[in-house]
Design a protein around this ligand. Structure first.
Ligand code: NAP
Ligand code: GDD
Length: 353
């Protein structure tokens, strides 16, 4: 009996939260995974280090290649070199608040960068004679000011340079699908978190601070708008939806969401009660964390993904919050050990976290 050839996946944005969970999922399914990483002056592969090993020592089906969504020639070259069956575009300047300060850069990476990768994909599909499949990481931010519940028929009303750029990327994908008959699916994913979430997104900022406050490493947590409401799921569930989109017989656009809707304050209350911290004594407002235009409430209706793909989230909101608090309590404990040994630890929270 001849074995089916190993599928190859190319992930742009592999070093991010979703990239690491998607890599684990694809490797567990027998894929050979190739990731695009940016050259940085410090290591940026923390989220992959438990998977990756020195190729000189051990064969793990994961290879990393330097590249950037700003560099079209390199994206083309990587596609020709790797000959992937599936391409996942997760690369982005993904912070909404930062996009107000770096609007042009955000547009270049999130909108034009997506177009660069799509153009490379179009040529690669034609020249290779293969029928590769493409996933674009779209966002519930695209719905912005449109009232919840939001589904695939809800009009886009973006409220930040990031969201405007994601809308452009979405439509570039739809247009190439219709113009050239390519398999391009857009996921419209609502907020998803995990212990690997970047520390300047609100959920992780909260759980990270609670751990440090509990152990006396930090006194205050400065936040912005506590009234904003989000539909928060777990990243491990959401990368499964990405993969399912590319296994389906037809390309399309899919909302991925839990259907829940909690305020930032409710997330904070639950996390603080689990951590055993009186949040009202340590949380303060800071104007710099408010956005010039806010997205007040997101709540996804993912009936299409559930019906067509058979996708369902498996991790509850409660489990998500607990897993993040537990993880960050452990991290704070490690920091405390370092402090007691005389080391200096860096304060957490970036300028625009
Ligand atoms: P993330 O943790 O911020 O990861 C973003 C990834 O993009 C990182 O690997 C980053 O590399 C890479 N990247 C940034 N600029 C790049 C460039 N110029 N060229 C190539 N790669 C670049 O984001 P995430 O939470 O995993 O989200 C993955 C994708 O889904 C993003 O496109 C995000 O906008 C979108 N999304 C996320 C959510 C969510 O709730 N998490 C919801 C909807 C949509 P470095 O590590 O070098 O910075
Ligand atoms: N980051 C942050 N920091 N947000 C805060 C803070 C704070 O100190 N205080 C309140 N918030 C509020 C924000 O105003 C926003 O309404 C909400 O918390 C969530 O903010 P983020 O966690 O930064 O996520 P986001 O919803 O803006 O964007 C995330 O989800 C999108 C999907 O809807 C990002 O992952 C985007 O890349 C993603 O597309």
């Amino acid at each position: 009996m001849t074995e089916a050839p190993t599928k190859k996946a190319l992930i742009c944005g592999i070093t991010g939260q979703d990239g690491s969970y998607l890599t684990e999922l694809l490797i567990s399914k027998g894929y050979e995974v190739h990731g695009v990483i940016r050259r940085t002056s410090t290591f940026n592969t923390d989220r992959l280090d438990h998977i990756y090993s020195d190729p000189h020592e051990k064969r793990v089906p994961l290879q990393l290649h330097f590249g950037d969504l700003a560099n079209a020639a390199r994206l083309r070259h990587l596609m020709e070199l790797i000959q992937p069956d599936e391409i996942y575009n997760l690369g982005a300047q993904s912070h909404v608040r930062v996009s107000f300060d770096q609007a042009e850069y955000t547009a270049d990476i999130v909108a034009t960068g997506a177009l660069r990768l799509l153009e490379a994909f179009r040529d690669y599909a034609r020249e290779s004679g293969k029928q590769p499949r493409y996933y674009q990481a779209g966002s519930s931010e695209m719905f912005g000011a449109s009232a919840p519940p939001q589904n695939e028929a809800t009009p886009f009303y973006p409220r930040s340079p990031y969201a405007v750029s994601k809308v452009a990327a979405h439509w570039y994908g739809v247009n190439q699908r219709e113009a050239y008959g390519l398999f391009i699916s857009n996921g419209i994913l609502f907020n998803h978190e995990s212990p690997r979430r970047g520390e300047t997104f609100v959920t992780r900022k909260i759980t990270r601070a609670l751990g440090r406050i509990k152990l006396g490493l930090q006194e205050k947590l400065y936040l912005g708008n506590l009234d904003a409401r989000r539909d928060w799921g777990h990243a491990a569930d959401y990368v499964r939806a990405m993969w399912m989109m590319l296994q389906h017989s037809e390309a399309g656009d899919f909302v991925v969401a839990t259907g829940g809707n909690y305020s930032v304050r409710e997330f904070l209350e639950l996390a603080a009660s689990y951590a055993g911290v009186d949040w009202e004594k340590c949380v303060e407002k800071d104007a710099r964390y408010f956005r010039p235009t806010e997205v007040d409430s997101l709540q996804g209706d993912s009936s299409k993904a559930r019906r067509v793909l058979g996708w369902e989230p498996e991790i509850s909101f409660d489990e998500l919050v607990r897993s993040m608090v537990d993880h960050d309590m452990e991290l704070a404990q490690q920091e405390l050990t370092l402090v007691r040994a005389g080391h200096k630890v860096a304060p957490r929270g970036g300028a625009h976290g």
